[in-house]
Design a protein around this ligand. Structure first.
Ligand code: 13P
Ligand code: SF4
Length: 368
């Protein structure tokens, strides 16, 4: 028999049958499979995931917590990652070769991570080296491709998350005079400003025109920000803040540092997803909050704190579309396939890329 005849075609898109199953049926089936696979299966879930998925997560966290959890887990054979593509890549790179990382829907990408590709980055680095020589250290937000993490790894740099960006930027300045911060200009600008770097010492690299946007003397540049952003957090504006201040003068405003500098400085508090959750958790009963972050999380926080008045900073905010691609039907589909011994939607990062990216990830994980 021809060997090819023995290979079963593997479905890459959600089979139709999941469209017609009831929610109860799907939930019962997921529960059953989790029970059958036991410790062989581990389901991490990011805080921005839908409730229908989060209810089955073995561990819920922000990107830092999920990276740490993935690095620690040595027993699960299957890691079904409920989050977006770059998070599943990170999990694959931090786990052993025997562990299999699965993303329930391969279309769950991240528009921010897509804003820096490796060719653009290599080109930028070359140009920037002409200007600044060997004075720069690259730092990348974990919201980036494995190839960008590898680029940082081989150039002495590291990854950061919104929870440890300050610590990592501080560390970077002990290594070199300047940093190149990819791909989120806002997290980079907000963090550097918080550490005392004035806006006048920050330049912006535009990967579409291959040019540096900066008006002053090149010698003064301390931070080069990649011109990328989060398409969710960019939707919080100073106008939203003015409206909350006008209509609810006693409300606290708390935002994620992926929001722009103007929004962060006009707010009362700014910090990572975990920081926002912890702040609301410890806030007194009856306190009032307008939150500027992803909507699945804001809705969950509202449900969990009926004793507090909580609204979204932007009343017309939607959840992150790519996070939302992971839903109950996709979760069930990959779990059923896993139980049958078929591996669909496996995330496997190239060996060489992994080696270099892990250098950047470990430089972060060692310091947090
Ligand atoms: P954190 O989980 O680091 O807060 O990041 C937010 C985010 O946008 C994840 O995609
Ligand atoms: Fe990417 Fe923003 Fe969605 Fe996070 S919230 S996955 S940064 S688009």
């Amino acid at each position: 028999m021809d060997i090819l005849e023995t290979v079963q075609p593997i479905e890459t898109m959600l089979p139709d049958r999941y469209e017609t199953m009831s929610i109860e049926e799907m939930e019962a089936r997921v529960r059953e499979i989790k029970e059958k696979l036991g410790a062989k299966l581990f389901i991490p879930g990011h805080h921005y995931q839908k409730d229908e998925v989060v209810q089955f997560s073995d561990s819920t966290g922000d990107s830092l917590q999920l990276a740490q959890v993935a690095a620690r887990n040595k027993e699960a054979k299957y890691i079904v990652f409920c989050g977006v593509h770059f998070m599943a890549e990170t999990a694959d790179m931090l786990t052993t070769d025997e562990q299999i990382v699965i993303l329930p829907d391969m279309r769950a990408g991240c528009s921010m991570a897509d804003m820096a590709d490796i060719e653009q980055t290599e080109r930028a680095w070359k140009e920037l080296q002409q200007l600044f020589g060997d004075t720069m250290l690259p730092l990348t937000y974990v919201n980036s491709t494995a190839a960008i993490k590898a680029f940082c790894g081989r150039n002495g740099g590291a990854t950061v998350t919104s929870s440890n960006a300050k610590k990592m930027v501080k560390w970077a300045f002990t290594q070199k005079e300047r940093i190149l911060f990819l791909p989120d200009q806002h997290l980079g600008r907000n963090t550097a400003y918080d550490l005392g770097v004035p806006l006048e010492k920050m330049a912006v690299w535009d990967p579409h025109t291959d040019s540096l946007e900066y008006d002053g003397n090149m010698e003064d540049v301390q931070v080069i920000l990649w011109k990328g952003h989060c398409s969710v957090h960019k939707n919080f504006t100073v106008k939203n803040i003015e409206s909350v201040r006008r209509n609810h003068p006693d409300m606290n405003i708390i935002v994620h540092p992926e929001c722009c500098y103007e929004v962060v400085t006009a707010s009362d508090y700014a910090g990572s997803t975990k920081y926002i959750i912890d702040m609301i958790e410890k806030a007194p009963s009856g306190s009032k909050w307008a939150i500027g972050t992803e909507m699945n999380l804001v809705n969950r926080i509202i449900q969990q704190h009926p004793d507090k008045e909580i609204i979204s900073l932007n009343p017309f905010m939607c959840p992150c579309l790519t996070m939302n691609r992971i839903d109950l039907p996709h979760l069930l589909w990959v779990l059923e396939a896993t139980l049958r011994g078929e591996h669909v939607n496996v995330i496997e990062v190239d060996k060489k890329v992994t080696e270099e990216a892990v250098l950047a990830l470990n430089r972060m994980l060692e310091r947090v």
